[in-house]
Design a protein around this ligand. Structure first.
Ligand SMILES: Cc1cc2nc3c(=O)[nH]c(=O)nc-3n(C[C@H](O)[C@H](O)[C@H](O)COP(=O)(O)OP(=O)(O)OC[C@H]3O[C@@H](n4cnc5c(N)ncnc54)[C@H](O)[C@@H]3O)c2cc1C
Length: 293
């Protein structure tokens, strides 16, 4: 297996093109290296991105832009992320596997791997994130939902390089929450939900954005459930109804050694209720911030 360490994006793309789809990008290696070690993947070349350090930058402007090489720890400790999109901060804080995974694993690798159990997926869907991608025909933007919302079998051309993820800041009066059900720190998600909620002066839901992950082969934005919440007070009865609606729309739950499909479906309803309840508590004229439970 060949090893390359390009120092520019165009050099990385040229190396990928040379191998015609037989090369793999390497970011933090937390996903890729175990696959190489166990022989489940044997590419002709590995293209190490670590020299493209500018792709680790996190910048705040009209939109928050998180470079693909930003690590989970970079995201967790970034004031810009906490201010513009604390939902991502919350998700990064729940990534398990210990310091090695959090210090080396990157958001770009997490998105590109499209593992339904990974933690950024539901938050990125809930905030309508966009992906900035470089490929052989130039740079393009794509909705995160268009990429993450498909099961991993429909993998895009491997010569595409994710540069960054951009997110419009969550409105100051909106509340947010990411809820993850797992059995232990090292254990992957059983079911997770991200919610962003705004309430009006009467305390009714003015807007809701909701996504689930870990339950089906692809994470999903729940627009039909969102629509049903607008205008309602998010009391226990409305939340229970939303939970039931979520359960009904889960048709292909994952069954594996961690949990069977029926359990995952039921837990999807539970994490959605918890995320909505916590997001609603944080919503109001002054956003509660990370200290609000
Ligand atoms: C013990 C353990 C526990 C974990 N627990 C969690 C958890 O609780 N929650 C969670 O979300 N994740 C968890 N993870 C997964 C970890 O977060 C991911 O493996 C990591 O985010 C992937 O990022 P990476 O930089 O290591 O990617 P890599 O392993 O380097 O790459 C992953 C894939 O993405 C491709 N790729 C990488 N960068 C790019 C790019 N810029 N453009 C295009 N393609 C790219 C690679 O070619 C490869 O196919 C865990 C991992 C381990 C080992």
């Amino acid at each position: 297996m060949d090893y390359h360490r390009p120092v520019t994006v165009s050099e990385a793309l040229a190396v990928l093109a040379r191998y015609g789809g037989e090369a793999r990008l390497l970011a933090g290696g937390q996903d890729l290296v175990p696959l190489l070690n166990t022989g489940r993947l044997a590419p002709a070349a590995v293209v190490d991105l670590k020299a493209l350090s500018h792709l680790a930058a996190i910048t705040a402007g009209v939109a928050l832009r998180v470079g693909a090489l930003a690590t989970h720890r970079d995201i967790l400790t970034s004031a810009a992320v906490r201010t513009a999109c604390p939902l991502l901060t919350e998700a990064a804080g729940l990534i398990g596997g210990g310091p090695q995974v959090r210090n080396r694993g990157t958001i770009g690798g997490s998105v590109a791997a499209r593992n339904p159990a990974y933690d950024y997926a539901a938050p990125l869907l809930a905030v309508d994130a966009e992906l900035w991608i470089a490929g052989p025909t130039g740079e393009r933007r794509a909705a995160a939902e268009a990429f993450l919302g498909q099961a991993p079998s429909s993998e895009p051309a491997p010569m595409d390089l994710l540069l960054a993820i951009s997110v419009q800041p969550i409105a100051p009066e909106a509340g947010w929450a990411y809820e993850k059900l797992r059995f232990s720190d090292g254990c992957y998600t059983i079911a997770a939900a991200a919610a962003v909620v705004a309430v009006d002066a009467r305390g009714a839901c003015a807007s809701a954005r909701l996504a689930v992950s870990g339950v089906e082969p692809a994470p999903a934005r729940l627009r039909d459930v969102e629509e049903g919440l607008v205008g309602a007070r998010l009391d226990d009865a409305v939340l229970a109804e939303a939970g039931t609606a979520v359960e009904r729309r889960i048709l292909r739950p994952i069954s594996d050694a961690l949990a069977d499909g029926d359990y995952r479906r039921a837990m999807a309803g539970v994490v959605v209720q918890r995320a909505l309840a916590r997001a609603a508590r944080r919503a109001g004229p002054h956003r509660g911030g990370a200290g609000t439970p």
